[in-house]
Design a protein around this ligand. Sequence first.
Ligand SMILES: CC(C)(COP(=O)(O)OP(=O)(O)OC[C@H]1O[C@@H](n2cnc3c(N)ncnc32)[C@H](O)[C@@H]1OP(=O)(O)O)[C@@H](O)C(=O)NCCC(=O)NCCS
Length: 159
Amino acid sequence: MNVLIRRMKETDIDDMTKVYLDSFKGMRDPESVEKWIRCNFNAYPRMQYFVAEIDGRVVGYILWVEKGGFRKEAVLELEQIGVLRDYRGQGIGSKLIIKSLEEMKKYLMGRGSKLKLVEVTTGTSNQAQKLYIKTLNAKPECLIKDLFRGDELIMIARF
Ligand SMILES: CC(C)(COP(=O)(O)OP(=O)(O)OC[C@H]1O[C@@H](n2cnc3c(N)ncnc32)[C@H](O)[C@@H]1OP(=O)(O)O)[C@@H](O)C(=O)NCCC(=O)NCCS
């Protein structure tokens, strides 16, 4: 399977809305999802989206957010990652993380910064924890009680 990981374009918003609705429960109506994605898209370079494309179709995305300012020692959050249900378990999520993080590191280097750490939070029962351990070597740091729909684990990957 030929998966292309690339930066998001504005024309991807419709496909990304479908990925959101297939992956997350926070918003149900497409208009809200589209608005949220557009807000984040407009917040570049503080927020940076990358998509996974197969045969011209966007099947997944990842959102990186820079926290606490454009620092020399940058702190990034992996804010969101989703892959369409039918395409999961084929390495697309891993590829999205690894390839887009390489691009984020290049971007940081280009402005004279380096990556200090990546923070990522996930539901305590979410299998995505395995994904973050495997791709980022992230380690569980602390637990937040009742954040979205339950307890969330904060994981940190230090570089
Ligand atoms: C998390 C998600 C993006 C992973 O995408 P993916 O393309 O299936 O990821 P990969 O195929 O690269 O899987 C990598 C590893 O993560 C684990 N994994 C990730 N998500 C998993 C899931 N939902 N169920 C079971 N295992 C999962 C697997 O163990 C896999 O490791 P393996 O290949 O050694 O078995 C996808 O499952 C998804 O969109 N889930 C819904 C949204 C979500 O929960 N996002 C994360 C929020 S914190």
